[in-house]
Design a protein around this ligand. Sequence first.
Ligand code: PLP
Length: 449
Amino acid sequence: MNAEQLQNLFLSKRAKTLLHHPQGMGNYFTFKSAIDILGLNWDDLLPNGVYNVTGKGYYDMGYMSNHIGPPDSAIKAFKDHAVLEELRVYPPDCLPELKALVAEHKFGRKLGPDFTVMGVEGAQGGIGYTYLTFLSEGDEVITTDPAYFHFVPAAEACGASVKAIKLGPHNGYKLDPKEVEAAITPKTKMIVVCDPINPFGIIATKEELLAIADIARRNNLVIFNNVTHNTHQTDPSAQQIPMASLHSPETPMDHVISVSGISKGYGMPALRVGFMAGNPALLRGAFLLKMEITKIHINYPGQYAAMAAIKDHDYVLKSTEIIRRNLTHIEETVDKIEGVTIPIKPQYGFCMIIDISGTGVSAQEISTGLLKYKIATITGDGLGDVGATEYIRLNYSHPDLECFEIFRDALPKAIKDAQTGIYKEGVIKFFEGIGSSRGNSIVKKLQSL
Ligand SMILES: Cc1ncc(COP(=O)(O)O)c(C=O)c1O
C-alpha cells in the first residue's frame, strides 16, 4: 500500500483532519520550505532535526523560542534537582509552592477553593487539554484570524468548527467584544482569548476583557485565556491583565481557563513545563483526561527551574531591555524599506508582524530570500487567511544585535531577489505538494501575478 492508502485505511478522523490542514505542521510555509527551494542542506541549518535554526551563521526569527534563554538561577535549580530521589518517582502535577507562585505571578489570582493550577506539558499542553476537556463534536470555537498556528487545527481535530474573527485596523488587531457577541451561535462553546496575541503582540484592555467575560458568562461559554506571552512588557506604557485576576463577586471568572508556560517568558521550551488554571471542578475534567490519555507529569528539575525563573525579576528586567532594543532596531529597518510596514506596534512579548504587501511579491518569496541571507522566518499562511501572503512573522528576542544588523541588510536584498521572480516556482511547488485549500488559493494568486 502507498502512503495515502495506508492513511485512508488506518488513520482516525481526528488525524485525517490534520493531514492537509493549512495550519498543520509541515503544511504551511516556513524557513524549512525555503531550505528546499534554495537547495540548502537541512543538517547545516537544523542539526539533529531541531525545530529552530541553530546552524552556524544563521539567525532564527521564526518559531517563538525565547532566544535569550533561561536565567542562571533556573539552570542552577535544574541541576540541583536532577538527583536520584527526584528522578525515580512520578512527580506531582505541580509542587504546591509552584502552584501558588504561578497562580499569583502568572494569573494574578491566589489559590483557593475556586481557583487552582495544574501542571501541563508547556502552554501547548494547556491548549490541548483545554480543547479536549471542553470541546465536543459540533461545537463552535471563536478565535481570531490570524491566530497562533494550533488554535484552529487543534479545535477541528476535537470535532469543533472555528469561527475566526478577522483582525485588522478596524478592531485594533485584537478581539472586539461587539464582534465576539455577533459571532456567537447556539453551537458556540468557547472563546479563545490569546492575550498578548500571537502574532501581533497586542493586549486587551481591562474593559474589553470584562466585556468578553460578561458575554461568555451570559451565553454559558468557556473562555480560554492564553497569557503565555505576558512576561515581557515591550511597551512600557502597556499593562497586560490576566483574566483570572479580574475575578470578583460581581465578575466571577469560573468559566475562564487560563494557560501559560515558561518557554516565552523564561527561555526554557526544552523543559516542557506549563500551567493550566481555573475552577477545580472544571480542572478535574482536564486532570482525568491527562491521566487517562498521556499521564505526562512535569519533571521535578523542570518545576524547580520554573520556580527559580519566575522569582528572578532581574532576569525579566534585563531580557525586557533586550527585547525593547531589538524592536526599535526592526522599526528603524522597516522605516527605510519601501513596501514594508508594521501594521501595529507590539506591546508585549517578542512576536510581531511585518506586512510586505507593498513590494509586489509574496511573503513566501521574500522569506525564501531572507533565508539565503541567513535569516529564518515564518509567513502568514500558517496563521490564517488574513495576511497569508502579505505577513511575515518575526521573533525579535535574539540577544545578539548582529541578528538585527543582518536582518537590516538581508530584507532589501531578499525583496529585490524575490522581485526577479526566481522563487515563485519553488513556492508554487511547495503549496501544490500540500494540497490544502489555502495552499491552492495561494497557488492561484501567485500564478495570476
Ligand atoms: C500563544 C502560544 N501558546 C502556546 C505556545 C506554546 O508554548 P509552550 O512552548 O509553552 O508549549 C506558543 C508558542 O509559540 C504560543 O505562542
